[in-house]
Design a protein. Structure first.
Length: 346
């Protein structure tokens, strides 16, 4: 079993290599033949490990992330997010360790009481950015996610003088299996307060819109109607990075389709070019059919066209050998993603 510092380059204790920000948002991403807008599923979180279990090539562990702030009356406030993390590989993590993680959101279904279904949200560890054996050595307060996808539903809520909007967001990732594009979708719940809604969504939010937001993870435990204890995961939106309406998205897709139609017609023109390259070979054959006086010249001159033709075949052979290597790397990569994801649904 590996120590956690095996996953961190140039580790000292404690280590907090906090990036200046989350990687730039991907506003346009092409998966297959259709453009998908605002795709992003990445976040940074720091916290203290409360429990850990390493088995079957994976390490599942819980992290408590504490956020502190001061309210308008000057009172100190705090809330704790309980984050379930999964790392591909067995690590010797212990309760009390402090970690800084780069993660992405994953979802699956578990079976609860009386055969009921429970939606489970967990966080796949992409990188260990920091580690300390003792959480008392560091201050933990990092909780930031950049999420982008398509809006599924919008629900306005009011309680007393407070109004907010619950927005479900579908985050889709494309991957290739046997030269076929497939999509993997994970749903998250966004919470937008009235002030931010009025400032950023003057035309409202509708199903099918595409949006990108910066947000903070919050969790809450409750008991559902089947008496299952469920840990809910919500993301409070702190900043809106962009929005594309459904109508604008359809226009972009139609423009891309027309561009692809123009691009697909180009290979036909390129296929006609090699016919022009065969012209020198015909001239060489005519030269070989000239009077015998010219044939009495050194045989090396007649062999030169063959020597010059051989290197032209070699690049083609190299290209033919190179393409299967790319296909093999793609085929080997896709099943690993599916195999890593499948055991978590059990």
């Amino acid at each position: 079993m590996h120590q956690p510092d095996d996953c961190i380059s140039s580790l000292t204790t404690p280590v907090w290599d906090i990036p200046s920000g989350i990687p730039p948002a991907v506003f346009y991403h092409t998966g297959g033949n259709i453009m998908k807008l605002f795709r992003s599923n990445v976040g940074l979180i720091a916290g203290t490990i409360t429990s850990s279990n390493a088995a079957n090539g994976q390490t599942a562990f819980w992290v408590d992330q504490v956020t502190c702030w001061t309210d308008a009356q000057g009172n100190q406030k705090s809330r704790t997010a309980q984050v379930q993390c999964v790392h591909e590989g067995e690590l010797d993590l212990k309760a009390g360790n402090a970690v800084l993680l780069r993660t992405c959101v994953k979802t699956c279904e578990n079976v609860g009481n009386n055969g009921s279904k429970i939606n489970v949200t967990y966080y796949k560890v992409l990188n260990f950015l920091g580690f300390s054996p003792d959480s008392n050595d560091v201050q933990l307060s990092l909780n930031q996610y950049t999420l982008g996808g398509n809006v599924g539903s919008v629900d306005q809520k009011t309680s007393g003088n407070n109004t907010w909007y619950n927005v479900t967001l579908a985050m889709t990732r494309s991957y290739q299996v046997n030269n076929n594009w497939q999509d993997e979708t994970h749903w998250v719940k966004l919470v937008i307060n009235q002030k931010m809604f009025d400032q950023n969504f003057k035309n409202g939010i509708n199903t099918g819109d595409s949006m990108m937001v910066e947000c903070e993870l919050t969790t809450n435990s409750y008991v559902d109607k089947h008496q299952n204890t469920v840990l809910g995961n919500e993301f409070r939106v702190n900043r809106v990075l962009g929005q594309v309406t459904k109508a604008e998205s359809q226009l972009l897709k139609s423009q891309q389709t027309s561009q692809q139609g123009n691009f697909n017609s180009q290979p036909q023109q390129q296929q006609q070019q090699p016919q022009q390259n065969f012209a020198p070979q015909q001239q060489q054959q005519q030269q070989q059919q000239q009077p015998q006086q010219q044939q009495q010249q050194p045989q090396q001159q007649q062999q030169q066209p063959q020597q010059n033709f051989a290197p032209q075949q070699q690049p083609q052979q190299q290209q033919q050998n190179f393409q299967p290597q790319q296909q093999q790397s793609q085929q080997n990569f896709a099943p690993q993603q599916q195999q890593n994801f499948a055991p978590l649904r059990q």
